[in-house]
Design a protein around this ligand. Structure first.
Ligand SMILES: Cc1cc2nc3c(=O)[nH]c(=O)nc-3n(C[C@H](O)[C@H](O)[C@H](O)COP(=O)(O)OP(=O)(O)OC[C@H]3O[C@@H](n4cnc5c(N)ncnc54)[C@H](O)[C@@H]3O)c2cc1C
Length: 396
């Protein structure tokens, strides 16, 4: 049986960075497996990330995995009133088919082995708390069992590693957004801006987005909490949205997927196992952004795995500092965002429409998020402005 120090299950942003960091931190025998035939594809994402978070890992200037640099945010009310915020260094729209391979190359350069087309299909512990996990892999050459001292579950929303390890990863229906997105061409919009369209009639429990991939082409999508919908499917919400906003557009690709809008699972570690990224529900519950979060969690997971291995103790208490560090970094903030999201979800279309019109009285050059919030606070002593601030902090 092949033995490794660290087995990373899943080659998304969390897994690639976890493998990269574990190998860079000195773990020997790091193996990353990805069940799809290509790292980074198929894309199930709008691909937007904030610049500051991204630069912690890679330099986006001139990078081939950047589709578009974004300098503006346009908030849209249900009645189509647009609020153009003053320009800032907002972030980037990635090309994830090239971005994740770039991360995987870093992992490989640091010493990690990478296998594509290889799925973890079962996992059991051989013997007691400190003993390796035996993970069954199914790949092009058939089935094989690998003994891993630490398994990093970076296997996304539908994580099996968490379940196999006995960690609670179920998602309440109220915390799951169903998303549908078209890649759309032949449409008119500001190619340097992201559009975020709010209101329960547009996207109950979520929002609609337009994230530019280039001139006239964008990821146009919508996220809806099914429990709050009026009976339409998310695809129908998207079709209605597109018919209203971009009637002449051409859809050339369709993506559907789930985004968890809850908070980090209570336990992200157990003996010899760490969960990172979507597998541990580490998405920003307000924005649904999870790429940078997954990378930050992957970084922590890789480092703590390497540390615990060097200390010769991979039991749950010695992996717990990973969980604690994540909660200090972002997990505790997500608890607050979640409460705000619950409040925002109670507002009706009229509220968003009135707020947008009031905010537009601020001259454009001064319409920074701070001014927008100050104005909104005066007229609406509610949580919405705070929500806007937290929502956009990933992009500002
Ligand atoms: C429609 C949509 C739009 C989104 N838009 C944005 C956005 O604009 N910005 C943003 O920041 N976030 C966005 N997200 C969220 C973002 O995609 C995720 O938060 C992010 O990809 C999480 O990274 P991850 O590595 O944890 O998981 P994933 O990216 O899901 O990667 C998990 C990987 O594990 C693999 N895997 C699963 N099981 C196994 C197994 N048993 N064996 C081997 N491999 C396995 C999968 O094939 C997958 O490649 C969006 C999500 C959706 C659905």
């Amino acid at each position: 049986m092949r033995a490794v120090d660290v087995l990373v299950v899943g080659g998304g942003p969390a897994g690639c960075v976890a493998a990269w960091e574990a190998a860079a931190a000195g773990a020997h025998g790091v193996l990353l497996i990805e069940r799809d035939r290509a790292i980074g594809a198929p894309v199930r994402c709008a691909e937007g990330v904030g610049g500051a978070g991204l630069r912690e890992f890679l330099d986006p200037d001139g990078a081939p995995w950047v589709s578009r640099r974004i300098v503006r945010v346009i908030l849209v009310a249900p009645d189509d009133t647009e609020v153009r915020l003053a320009e800032s260094d907002v972030g980037y729209i990635l090309d994830r088919t090239r971005f994740e391979p770039a991360l995987a190359e870093r992992a490989s350069a640091a010493g990690a082995a990478i296998r594509i087309g290889t799925e973890a299909v079962a996992m059991a512990r051989s013997n007691g708390a400190g003993a390796p996990w035996h993970v069954t892999l199914r790949g092009p050459g058939g089935e094989e069992t690998v003994a891993a001292r630490v398994v990093i579950g970076a296997d996304g929303v539908e994580t099996m590693v968490g379940r196999w390890a006995g960690l609670e990863t179920r998602v309440a229906a109220r915390d799951m957004e169903s998303c549908a997105q078209y890649v759309m061409g032949n449409i008119a919009f500001d190619p340097d801006a992201i559009y975020l369209h709010f209101g329960p009639s547009v996207a109950p429990g979520g929002y609609a987005w337009v994230f530019p991939k280039g001139e006239g082409i964008a990821n146009v999508g919508i996220g809806v909490v099914t429990l709050r919908s009026d009976g339409r499917t998310v695809r129908r919400y998207l079709d209605d949205y597109v018919a209203h906003r971009f009637p002449g557009g051409t859809a050339t690709g369709l993506t559907v997927g789930g985004v968890i809008s809850g908070v980090t699972v209570r336990r992200t570690v157990t003996d010899g196992v760490i969960l990172a990224g979507d597998a541990a529900h580490m998405i920003n519950p307000l924005s649904g952004g999870g790429i940078i979060n997954a990378m930050k969690a992957g970084r922590l997971a890789g480092r703590h795995a390497a540390r615990a291995l060097a200390e010769g103790n991979v039991t749950a208490p010695n992996l717990q500092p990973y969980h604690d560090e994540w909660m200090r970094l972002l997990g505790d903030a997500h608890l607050k965002y979640y409460k705000i999201k619950e409040t925002v979800n109670r507002y009706d279309d009229d509220f968003f429409n009135r707020l947008a019109r009031e905010v537009n009285h601020i001259p454009h050059g001064k319409r920074t998020l701070g001014r927008v919030m100050a104005s909104a606070l005066v007229h609406h002593p509610s949580l919405l402005p705070v929500a806007a601030q937290l929502f956009l902090q990933e992009f500002c």
